[in-house]
Design a protein around this ligand. Structure first.
Ligand code: G3I
Length: 348
């Protein structure tokens, strides 16, 4: 069976695609995509910087191709992302002389961007990450230009505009480290208040860039329960499991400049030792077992990429890593040790 078939009655199984994937659509990619995934996400090509690089210029070529490709594969399609502080051109936030835009300017730029981009794919892209990463790990609003100029209303404006643009689309708030209690609490306090004011929001996207040991299953479980208790659906939007240590993985820590991490530190570049394959497989089994428990509330589980070698984790926090986080190896071979353990999980 393909991975999607294992979980048909549970949730969509998705993969994020790079611009190169969408451009080339090689047979090597299309064959495993067709049999294993029933949802797609765009890794970068729908971000503001890619699709709307200049005030009067939109760049729809790749996004059009992405949507056509997804329809050809009969996939549930994700739009990622409308409003974010990253991968957004400077002109959005500032005038040419460097002065920051006014409230009126920034809100009308946001509304226009959402209306044009979402409007173009109305009824075709099923679900959108409307706002991405607006909270810090301690549950405060991130001090982005969006927040500094518009205040917390920027999140409401984004969801309102998105709902008006495509009333049938599912609208998500998406973030990383959602397992950190203060962060989850901050997000849920705000999003439920917003919903109670009548603003449409379907659910919370938990990115789930995980390590082998962190966060613990209990931490994830508590988070999922909290979100469910608040009446929201959940999508696992960016799943991968990094076998290497990394600074943000350490309990309670944000990026830590003193983390002893050297560019040369690439212990498994010639292959993953068997004991780590086993750890990775067990970790995927435990994580999916947990997701299955909440299958009534989890809409979708999306892997942030198809093959290991294309993963962003090989470049983060610094380039030159070999992280083995995904389901497929370099030749688009589905890793048997992961497939077997997922089949086993579903059968037992
Ligand atoms: O395309 C250019 C290329 O022309 C250039 O030569 C090269 C040199 O740096 O950069 C290439 O662009 C890179 C781009 O990925 C495409 O590969 C950017 O530098 C790089 O910053 C960008 O990284 C993306 C990252 O978001 C940026 O924030 C990752 O691919 C993408 O996986 C990652 O995805 C995010 C989600 O959107 C939100 N959640 C976290 C997740 C992981 O960071």
């Amino acid at each position: 069976p393909g991975i999607k078939d294992l979980f048909t009655s549970d949730f969509y199984i998705g993969a994020a695609l790079s611009g190169r994937d969408v451009q080339s659509q090689t047979k090597e990619l299309m064959v495993p995509l067709r049999s294993n995934f029933n949802s797609l996400s765009p890794e970068n090509l729908l971000k503001w910087q890619s699709i709307h690089p200049e005030p009067e210029r939109f760049n729809f070529d790749l996004a059009d191709r992405y949507v056509e490709m997804g329809e050809g594969l009969d996939c549930h399609l994700v739009g990622h992302t409308l409003v974010w502080h990253k991968q957004t051109p400077q002109w959005v936030f500032q005038h040419e002389d460097g002065t920051v835009r006014s409230k009126e300017e920034l809100s009308s730029l946001m509304e226009n961007h959402i209306q044009v981009v979402m409007g173009r794919y109305k009824g075709r892209i099923d679900t959108w990450d409307v706002v991405n990463e607006a909270f810090t790990d301690d549950g405060q609003f991130r001090q982005s230009t969006w927040f500094n100029v518009l205040g917390e209303d920027f999140i409401k404006l984004a969801f309102q505009t998105a709902h008006e643009t495509d009333p049938k689309a599912e609208l998500y708030y998406n973030d990383y480290n959602v397992w950190k209690p203060k962060k989850t609490d901050g997000i849920l306090a705000f999003t439920s208040k917003m919903r109670d004011e009548g603003i449409n929001i379907h659910g919370i996207g938990m990115q789930c860039h995980l390590g082998l040991e962190y966060p613990t299953l209990d931490q994830l479980k508590e988070t999922i329960e909290k979100i469910v208790d608040h009446g929201f659906n959940i999508s696992i939007t960016e799943l991968d499991i990094d076998v290497l240590p990394n600074p943000s993985g350490r309990q309670g820590a944000d990026i830590d400049a003193n983390f002893p991490y050297e560019a040369q530190y690439d212990p498994y570049k010639n292959g993953l030792p068997n004991e780590l394959k086993e750890k990775l497989a067990n970790r995927y089994r435990d994580i999916f077992r947990l997701f299955l428990k909440y299958r009534d509330h989890i809409d979708r589980v999306t892997f942030w990429g198809v093959r290991d070698q294309d993963s962003w984790l090989n470049n983060w926090p610094i380039p030159g890593r070999t992280a083995y986080p995904l389901l497929f190896d370099e030749d688009y071979g589905l890793k048997n040790y992961l497939l077997d353990i997922l089949v086993d999980l579903k059968e037992n």
